[in-house]
Ligand binder design. Structure first.
Ligand SMILES: NC(=O)c1ccc[n+]([C@@H]2O[C@H](COP(=O)([O-])OP(=O)(O)OC[C@H]3O[C@@H](n4cnc5c(N)ncnc54)[C@H](OP(=O)(O)O)[C@@H]3O)[C@@H](O)[C@H]2O)c1
Length: 280
């Protein structure tokens, strides 16, 4: 029996990267999984792996969480089979480009996913556990980023969306103290996933490359911190130090430093549909 046996966990963005590794970390502890993202075959492969490796139940719900109403529809599907005891709001993406070089529809899609879907699912989760006894904690993890520590030129809307996630999650953490819901905000630094290819990023400076971690390490640390009731975790020593000194520095300095560390956007890397020129 693992420490999460009998608990059901919903993980968004579970088709790859950090979300898939969080699902593995929860399954190792005995939790049943509801895996969601847009790519069904990847989710089905992961569900089969988790059933075989850990003997846990694993279901798949394909959903595009940037579509209006999709987050609440996912919640209804997920809770139809029983309560969701653990919610991991992980799905997210960003575009690494000057703001004016990105199609507005891609930006609004990102904001609906990174912010609105996360708020809708968090709200449903908090309501569902309002009367839950405090000796049976329910866990909510929201995945932000160390981009939440300062404005990030060329990642303007993405970094700002993660500021929202961090502040929202930390406020909920304090609101829920003494109640059953434990709220954790995971703030990864650079992590080896498809995120960078999707963002059109990757020409990072030496410091950013040196601080990159594997998704498995980030996920395991995040799940441990969530279960310990920690408010926020920045993964990796270099990233922790960077956030600490960022907090002490003037914002003009940290914004310029982030431009230097992040390097230049790769103009060749994003599909043409992400550019405003593709719009009518
Ligand atoms: N990698 C990093 O360096 C890094 C650093 C800091 C924070 N983060 C954060 O970590 C989280 C996970 O990212 P990752 O690094 O694991 O990237 P990833 O490998 O690209 O994974 C992103 C996940 O989100 C899902 N997703 C994207 N758009 C979606 C949509 N419209 N509806 C539903 N699901 C959607 C993707 O699945 P489908 O494509 O199948 O839908 C995928 O499972 C994100 O919130 C990201 O902002 C990442």
């Amino acid at each position: 029996m693992g420490e999460l046996s009998g608990q059901r966990a919903l993980v968004t963005g579970a088709s790859g990267g950090i979300g898939a590794e969080i699902a593995r970390a929860l399954a190792r502890r005995g939790a049943s999984l509801l895996l969601s993202a847009r790519r069904g075959p990847e989710l089905e492969r992961l569900a089969a792996e988790l059933r075989d490796a850990h003997g846990v139940a694993a279901e798949v719900v394909v959903a595009d969480l940037s579509a209006p109403g999709a987050a609440l529809a996912l919640w209804e599907r997920a809770t139809a089979g029983g309560p969701v005891d653990i919610l991991i709001n992980n799905a997210g993406f960003g575009h690494f480009r000057p703001f004016g070089d990105i199609a507005l529809e891609r930006e609004t899609e990102m904001l609906r996913l990174n912010i609105l879907a996360l708020v809708e699912l968090s709200h449903a989760f908090v309501l569902a556990h309002r009367d839950r006894p405090t000796d049976r904690p329910a866990y909510l993890m929201n995945v932000a980023s160390m981009a939440a520590w300062q404005p990030v030129p060329n990642f303007a809307t993405y970094a700002a969306s993660k500021v929202f996630v961090r502040n929202f999650s930390e406020a909920l953490h304090y609101e829920q103290q003494g109640k059953a819901v434990r709220v954790h905000c995971l703030c990864p630094g650079g992590t080896h996933t498809e995120f960078h290819a999707t963002a059109g990023a990757g020409n990072y400076g030496k410091l950013a490359n040196a601080s990159m971690l594997s998704a498995a390490v980030v996920a395991e640390k995040g799940v441990r911190a969530m279960l310990r009731g920690k408010k926020t975790l920045v993964t990796g020593l270099l990233n922790k130090l960077s956030c600490f000194f960022t907090g002490l520095s003037p914002r003009a300095v940290t914004s310029r430093a982030s431009m230097f560390v992040m390097g230049k956007p790769r103009r060749d890397a994003l599909p043409a549909s992400n550019s405003p020129k593709s719009l009518p």
